[in-house]
Design a protein around this ligand. Sequence first.
Ligand code: COA
Length: 437
Amino acid sequence: MAANEYARWFRGSTPYISAHRNKTFVILLTSKVLKHVNLTNIIHDLALLHVLGVKIVLVHGAREQIDERLGSNAKKFHNDRRITDADTISSIAEINGGIRTALEALFSTGLPNSPLHNVDIPVISGNFVIAQPIGIVDGIDHLFTGEVRKVEKVRVRSTLDAGGLLLQSPVGFSNSGQAFNLSAENLAAEIAIQIKADKLIVLDDFIVTNKANERVSTFTPTTLEQVKLDHSIQRGHRLAAMSKAVRGGVAKSHLINFEEDGALLAELFTADGIGTQVLERVPQPIRQANAQDVAGIIEVIRPLEERGILVRRERKRLEQEIENFLVAELDGIIVGCCAIYPYDNQGELACVAVHENYRAQPAQTTGGNGVGKRLLVAAEAHAVQNGLSQLFVLTTQTQEWFKEQGFVPKSMETLPESKQNLYNWQRNSAVLIKSIG
Ligand SMILES: CC(C)(COP(=O)(O)OP(=O)(O)OC[C@H]1O[C@@H](n2cnc3c(N)ncnc32)[C@H](O)[C@@H]1OP(=O)(O)O)[C@@H](O)C(=O)NCCC(=O)NCCS
């Protein structure tokens, strides 16, 4: 990769690095990940997150390993939940011990050629989870299969605040010291809820796709209800745990397919991500701007003003005219804006701009509707709502794009008189108009 490409990519991560710093992520490595060739890469990505200041609780699954080791004897399930008898629970404790050791080892590989060279990650495990038996369900005693009773929040927090990466096996202990086998996804969701984590991230071998097999990037817990039914019980439980976490106050749950190398970083450090997110409310990508957006808008337009593509707008003017602005927001970051100034039944569409790192996103990630096009669609809808029947733009370097959006070149005389009087002959902008509504 050429230096400038690398720099452009790394720069593009800046908003995300700052957005994620000091945030708490509960990350579930489902049992299949532990056997996959990508595991080492994923550990390196987790180490990178840790180094970037993300506080990580890493929960791992063990189903595959338990089934492999204990074979059919332990394969007693009810509604996809293992019935754990006395023999099985002691083996399960041992199997989880082995998994923890293997993961601790991977975080300890600091050899010169390893991405973890000179990186010190204290991996901490322990009795952070109090459990209780599930008991008898549908007439079936689940024996040593348990559920989370309480998470030792203070202990977890102090471990994370001390710089530790917390590694949690799907096992919890009752107040009598009895070990219980826990569902990994429910455990991860419970920990995320109880420690008020910012994200729950599930690494599994699928993401949610629609009938056309296209990735579905965002759900709310309500819209996910329907989808769960289309998946296997086990996958349904994963999705349910992701919803539960969001309903429990976790800002966002992510489902990422571990089979794709780098998927974790792509999900967390790119605009459109690569997985499926669950959040309480799907943010409207384009919305009315408010005073808090002025700084974000300046971030987007200043480089374009310096290149003479946009007319300079001082902060003061932006603050005064903020109600004329619409903004495109992604992950809390202002990635684009435009303004509409009404003139009787015409409206001037101005200051149309998309942040350099979010421009012309390849069609396959946005379905051809880049931020620019989405801003335009929203601007037209907004204009129609306000009784305007035409939009006009004055542009120096973007005529072709506006033409592709249905604008037609027109003479300066078609502009409202007051706008003609303000026309900047030195700038000599082209005038294009579009009838709307
Ligand atoms: C123009 C702009 C708003 C488009 O937004 P975007 O999110 O990048 O673009 P979209 O996804 O909506 O459209 C992408 C297409 O527009 C094309 N495009 C972008 N800028 C263009 C321009 N100045 N002239 C012609 N085509 C342009 C891209 O090449 C891409 O083409 P493709 O679909 O064939 O790949 C954005 O590129 C931008 O902010 N440009 C700088 C500011 C500017 O020129 N604003 C207008 C001032 S009047």
